[in-house]
Design a protein around this ligand. Structure first.
Ligand code: ZN
Length: 60
């Protein structure tokens, strides 16, 4: 589990939007829909990694 202090400073590397912790192993950017995995308590904040798990946000 990552700390709240760390979570507070984590942003999407592409658009700098604050990410949200979902479950215990995903950080989701609601702006671009990328999802960043957390492996061994280390968030993988890489655009190419986020792209793999991206769920594009629905268009309004
Ligand atoms: Zn993003």
């Amino acid at each position: 589990m990552i700390s709240k202090e760390l979570l507070d400073i984590l942003v999407c590397p592409d658009d700098k939007t604050k990410v949200e912790l979902v479950g215990e192993e995903w950080l989701v950017c609601h702006h671009c829909g990328r999802r960043y995995p957390i492996r061994d308590d280390i968030p993988i904040m890489l655009i190419e990694e986020g792209d793999k798990w991206r769920i594009p946000p629905e268009k309004p």
